[in-house]
Design a protein around this ligand. Sequence first.
Ligand code: ATP
Length: 354
Amino acid sequence: MAEIVIRNLRKTFGDFTAVQSSSFRIEDGEFFMLLGPSGCGKTTTLRMIAGLELPSAGEVYIDGEEVGQKPASQRDIAFVFQMFALYPHMNVRRNIAYPLVSQGMPRAQVRAKVAEVAGILGIEDILDRPVGGLSGGDRQRVALGRAIVRNPKCFLMDEPLGALDAEFREHMADELRALHDRMGATTVYVTHDQLEAMQMGDKIVVMNHGVVEQFGTPQDIYDKPATMFVADFIGSPPMNFLRFHGSVATGDAHVRLHHQVLAVPALREPFDGGMVYGVRPEHVRLSDAAGYRGEIIAAEYLGTTQIVTLKTHNGEVKARIPSDQRARMGETVGLDFNGATVTLFDSQSGRAIR
Ligand code: ATP
């Protein structure tokens, strides 16, 4: 097992900066997600951890040892790619055994290791089958088997489920997570899918344009986004942003939006200028008693809940409300926000004001 520490890690390709001074810590045994949109630098970060790409600056520590400039072969890790490169002319058993055989492990020991791994993955019955005719899921399990069999300190996975259809993907995500929980090896997993990251990860790093926007547990990231980018990227529909101008003092637990006093968590620092009142759709209620008003302009039925869109003085707001609550198009209603869950942002920098 391994603890991985990334310190001021940076990667440039010519004059393009793919990763800008990133720092975070991956605890021993954690299932850790690198999350962000396409091109944000997740794969480059993972490849630097693996040793497939050398950092332009900064350090990578695995169990306290600085390995940033060491080649992949000198790091005790297994890399699982999206495209599973199995050896097509070998059967399942030989595919899984390959890393051990090439290390020169004695045959009896190899047989025992392969049997153990097959047991963990539940593929004992296909060990003698050629890999050519296997289903996508079984191919995936064989590829994982080949990664597990070496007993590496940690697994690095780059969108391993990316090629699968939605239903099967969810099933494999559960299997991967369960496998991790059984084996306990540190796993670093790249994905652009926020739901996958939230469901599977112990911790998440959210990246954008090569910059670490936030690093924390799924709950931290959802409930206390550090930036508007994170608040917008995580959650579906994303957080509502109501733009306004004003000033707040240290300790204030309210702001003024269009002549209404709205609650916010008490602030540790004062602020004056353009702000954004960020509230998640499930924390908006329609209530006749509320003074802040909006006009219903759309409603989307989702089974037990519905997403109602309202036009307000500070922009559009989406509310997730029970589907049996009446929401009539064109009607103006009061909006009640759960102030304890609100995040205020500086509209210029996009950073949360706490
Ligand atoms: P995706 O999910 O699309 O792979 P990503 O977040 O993993 O995105 P990276 O693959 O890390 O992003 O790439 C980050 C940026 O660095 C991209 O703009 C990419 O074009 C660029 N890049 C990556 N590798 C190289 C390279 N070898 N030479 C030049 N530019 C590169």
